[in-house]
Design a protein around this ligand. Structure first.
Ligand code: 1HE
Length: 265
């Protein structure tokens, strides 16, 4: 892996893959269980805003025994309503850079994925959880509310009623149940989340960039449109994607017997 000089003591950024096409972002605050303070959230935003153009996919992971303990609660004190609003908006912007940024992002989850940690994970495109993972929204117990886009993104994964239950009752989902309800798309043995996430990111990086762009930017919008608008937007996106030279080359390679077939599992 190649290290980037943007590394700080809160986050690290490295590049891997034959063409350095996968960015690996690690939260490096394990003594505080990777709790997100303002500086860490700003670093996440900067990483995605300044991603080099050779990067095609990213993995985000956490050092230590936990992915992320959420908001750094020590910074919550002494904030008035206006400052609270601005703080939440700063999370909105930073996590939008993850979700709607330059490349698809795979989250490698283990241990606690709680509060703002779950909000960070839900801004990623794919979540791979190992068996040690657990999910919670302790905001309900702390007398606060989600503020990092959780009420927009988490219901899309598990439904508003399950999210409300997690906050009303403090319910904690373990890794197996979390995968069943849709908090993660992949469940792997303990200690293997990063390896699997990297494998997926390398696979994603091989896609035509326009296909990945469509999946990040067209699909979520189409999913929220009414059917008539959705069918139309889909057709527009399909026409743009198939007109790209790379798409034509890939289809020709298949027709010439030079591209992989879909394999039954
Ligand atoms: C923290 C934080 C934190 C740990 N802010 N300092 N999030 C929460 O309510 C979750 C709070 N954390 C926990 O429940 C536990 O720490 C864990 C289950 C994540 C991990 O437990 P454990 O036993 O491995 O670690 P620990 O001993 O509890 O914590 C180690 C240290 O990290 C300790 O500090 P130390 O100085 O005593 O060593 C903890 O105080 C510190 N620490 N989590 C600050 N979150 C935009 S809105 C989002 C709103 C939210 O995210 S609310 C949910 C906040």
């Amino acid at each position: 892996m190649t290290k980037n000089k943007a590394n700080s003591n809160l986050i690290s950024l490295e590049f891997t893959g034959d063409a350095q096409e996968v960015a690996v972002i690690r939260l490096t605050r394990p003594t505080k269980r990777n709790a997100i303070n303002d500086a860490l959230m700003a670093a996440i935003r900067t990483v995605f805003e300044t991603m080099p153009s050779h990067v095609r996919a990213a993995v985000i992971a956490g050092d230590g025994d936990h992915f992320c303990a959420g908001l750094d609660l020590s910074e919550l004190q002494d904030r008035d309503a206006g400052q609270g609003l601005m703080h939440s908006r700063s999370w909105t912007v930073a996590l939008d850079r993850v979700e709607s940024g330059p490349v698809p992002v795979v989250a490698a989850l283990h241990g606690a994925v709680v509060g703002g940690g779950l909000e960070l994970a839900s801004s990623c495109h794919i979540r791979v959880a190992d068996e040690s993972t657990f999910y919670a929204l302790p905001e309900g117990s702390r007398g606060i509310f989600v503020g990092g886009g959780g009420s927009v993104r988490i219901p899309k994964l598990i439904g508003a009623s399950r999210m409300a239950d997690m906050m009303f009752t403090g319910r904690v989902y373990n890794a197996v149940d979390g995968e069943k309800i849709g908090l993660a798309q992949y469940l792997v043995p303990k200690g293997q989340a990063f390896e699997k996430a990297l494998e997926l990111a390398k696979r994603i990086a091989q896609n035509a960039p326009l296909t990945n762009y469509a999946l990040m930017h067209a699909l979520p919008r189409i999913a929220e449109q009414n059917a008539d608008h959705g069918f139309f937007t889909e057709s527009m996106m399909a026409a743009i994607a198939q007109s790209a030279p790379e798409a034509k080359a890939r289809v020709k390679a298949f027709l010439d017997g030079k591209a992989a077939k879909v394999q039954a599992k």
